[in-house]
Design a protein around this ligand. Structure first.
Ligand code: IMP
Ligand code: MG
Length: 182
């Protein structure tokens, strides 16, 4: 049913599996002796983080934070707000931030700076997708699933006005979805 709103598939389910396996190997190599906090940024991280956790072969703690930057629509407002903070103390801990996508870099930069301010031993970032052309804040993620052009995508955690997060792949919406809202 959701498929009918999709113009084209950008990252297929098979692509996602391959990306996640590679990231799992890289992260396991770097973190196996660090007992990190793998910190997901809700809600977009959920499908990606669920897949990633299964291929991380070492002890880790799972935590979540809910931070919003877009308040609906397809343009970032530049306003970053913490809606739910993480429960675990981060002082002295290695934190691996898990994001669905990095665009302007504002969200991830704000959260990284906050965690470092709170005394995290290190903060690194894994993102399923990166849109380097969208950058306003200087920020280079440590682990990147796929770099993509500056286009608006949905699925596998990414929403358009809270919809389409449950698509099992990443795709581009048909034009009419933006122009004809129920
Ligand atoms: P940034 O602060 O501009 O880097 O925005 C990052 C956040 O914006 C992501 O966590 C997403 O929630 C949202 N976002 C950025 N690009 C897209 C997109 O193409 N589709 C859906 N959400 C997006
Ligand atoms: Mg979003």
């Amino acid at each position: 049913m959701l498929d009918k709103d999709i113009e084209s598939v950008l990252i297929s389910q098979t692509d996602i599996q391959n990306i996640v396996s590679r990231l799992g190997r890289e992260i396991t190599r770097d973190y196996h002796d660090r007992f990190p906090i793998v910190l997901g940024l809700l809600k977009g991280c959920v499908p990606f983080m669920a897949e990633l956790l299964k291929v991380l072969d070492f002890h880790l703690e799972v935590a979540f934070m809910n931070v919003s930057s877009y308040h609906g629509g397809i343009e970032s407002t530049g306003d970053v707000r913490i809606d739910m903070d993480l429960a675990s103390p981060v002082k002295g801990r290695h934190v691996l931030l898990t994001e669905d996508i990095i665009d302007t870099g504002r969200t991830i930069k704000a959260v990284s700076d906050l965690l470092l301010y709170r005394g995290a031993a290190s903060v690194k970032v894994v993102t399923l997708m990166d849109k380097p052309e969208g950058r306003i804040k200087d920020f280079v993620p440590d682990y990147i699933g796929r770099s993509i052009p500056k286009i608006f995508v949905v699925g596998f955690g990414l929403d358009y006005e809270e919809r389409y997060r449950n698509l099992p792949y990443v795709g581009v919406l048909k034009e009419h979805v933006y122009t004809t809202k129920e």
